[in-house]
Design a protein around this ligand. Structure first.
Ligand code: SF4
Ligand code: SF4
Length: 409
């Protein structure tokens, strides 16, 4: 795609990146077929190609409007289009640049700005979030049914084993997951402990920064990245093997720290080191599959439907690992169509774009439940809570199931 950037963007870091990405798009339109928002809304401007055009126009000097912002806001950042694109267009990076530009020029109305600020403050502060969550969990049974479905019941974590092994890995605790589902990381610690790896958390690490970043607050997102890097580096120097992610939404962000901080002289090298050391838990366990196999005595067969998060399959390009490990552990995975499509969770998207998010959720749950599973499993806290709010059967993280299977052996 030919482009001539406006003088204000030419020869800037973002301008150079955007120009390279724009030139790689050949305008073929293959990406339209797998874009969830284009499938639902049928408008080219709600497709990857349409959004690329909108961003191109802004970079070439056209003044963006609220309509431009609306079409960019409706993107789920699922990156399904990147998986489909035959030309390797790095759509996600271009969208980041476009959204930040449009945010600066168009701004937000008072109500929307307040919602976004409240989301950032509430979700990024574990203390605030956990206090509010505990409060509503106490009165959950008194609330109407439709509200109860949006508030997960409290869920004990179980035992976190003492760090007794020479092999150690770090885990990102994150912001909302410890409050909503503390058992996910505890279950991961138990599984790794059984194969001789201790899982530890760094005290000063916190939110990965993805929520702020996707709310177009890159400063807060990068501050979170720097804080985590400072918390993790001493552990890497002390021989920790990997930084383990149990939420694929956080994983894709931390694996991007090296890219996001590439122009920060104080952090570029450190961020690159953290990114290359970061692994989704499925990557860690695929490498340890033989050790796991020796431990697993097959549990009573359980039919489960697996939902691979976009941040795992499109963002991190990791496919098949979770399914292989669950099958090896004795679970029967039902066939699910449209596995490549987003469930509508997408960070804060389900709160900011509820109409589209709920349509995608209903469609996804229809496919997941078609094979009559006893349970739905996934690999990201956002997908888990979003799907659970519309599902009559339990939705759990796959590490909890693996932990249960090993505990039964
Ligand atoms: S598939 Fe790739 S090259 Fe084709 S229009 Fe979409 S982004 Fe551009
Ligand atoms: S990231 Fe997802 S929603 Fe956004 S344009 Fe690509 S496929 Fe469509």
């Amino acid at each position: 795609m030919q482009t001539t950037l406006a003088d204000s963007f030419r020869n800037t870091p973002d301008g150079d990146t955007a120009e390279r990405i724009l030139r790689s798009c050949v305008h073929c339109g293959f990406c339209l077929a797998t874009c969830p928002t284009y499938q639902l809304l049928g408008n080219e401007l709600d497709s990857p190609r349409g959004r690329i055009y909108l961003i191109k126009q802004v970079l070439e000097g056209t003044t963006p409007t609220a309509k431009t912002q609306r079409h960019l806001d409706r993107c789920l950042t699922c990156r399904n289009c990147e998986t489909t694109c035959p030309s390797g267009v790095e759509y996600g990076k271009l969208l980041d640049i476009g959204r930040h530009l449009v945010e600066k020029k168009v701004g937000r109305g008072a109500r929307e700005a307040a919602t976004r600020a409240a989301l950032k403050t509430g979700l990024l502060s574990p203390t605030l979030f956990n206090s509010a969550l505990k409060l509503v969990q106490c009165v959950r049974s008194l609330l109407p049914g439709f509200l109860q479905t949006h508030i997960p019941a409290s869920d004990p974590a179980g035992v976190w084993p003492q760090p007794v092994h020479a092999r150690r890995m770090l885990v990102l605790q994150g912001c909302v997951q410890p409050g909503l589902k503390p058992n996910i990381n505890a279950a991961t610690a138990r599984v790794l402990d059984r194969i001789g790896i201790s899982l530890i958390a760094a005290d000063k690490a916190g939110c990965c920064g993805a929520l702020a970043h996707h709310l177009n607050d890159s400063d807060d997102g990068l501050d979170a990245a720097r804080r985590n890097i400072d918390a993790w580096l001493p552990h890497l120097d002390a021989g920790v093997e990997a930084i383990v992610m149990t939420a694929s939404g956080c994983g894709v962000m931390v694996k991007d720290y090296g890219w996001l901080l590439r122009h920060d002289p104080a952090y570029a090298d450190k961020a690159a080191r953290v990114s290359t050391t970061t692994k989704d838990i499925s990557e860690v366990l695929v490498a340890e599959a033989d050790a796991l196999k020796r431990l697993t005595a097959h549990p009573a067969p359980q039919r489960i439907a697996y939902h691979p998060p976009c941040t795992l399959q499109h963002g991190q390009k990791l496919t098949g690992g979770v399914e292989a490990l669950l099958t090896q552990a004795g679970f029967e995975l039902t066939a699910v169509v449209e596995k490549h499509l987003c469930c509508g969770s997408a960070g804060t998207y389900s709160i900011l774009q509820p109409d589209i998010a709920n349509q995608l959720k209903a469609r996804k749950l229809g496919h997941l439940q078609a094979g009559a599973p006893e349970m739905i499993v996934t690999a990201n806290i956002g997908c888990l809570t979003h799907l659970q709010s519309g599902s009559q059967i339990p939705v759990r993280h796959w590490m909890e199931l693996l932990d249960d299977a090993l505990a039964a052996s």
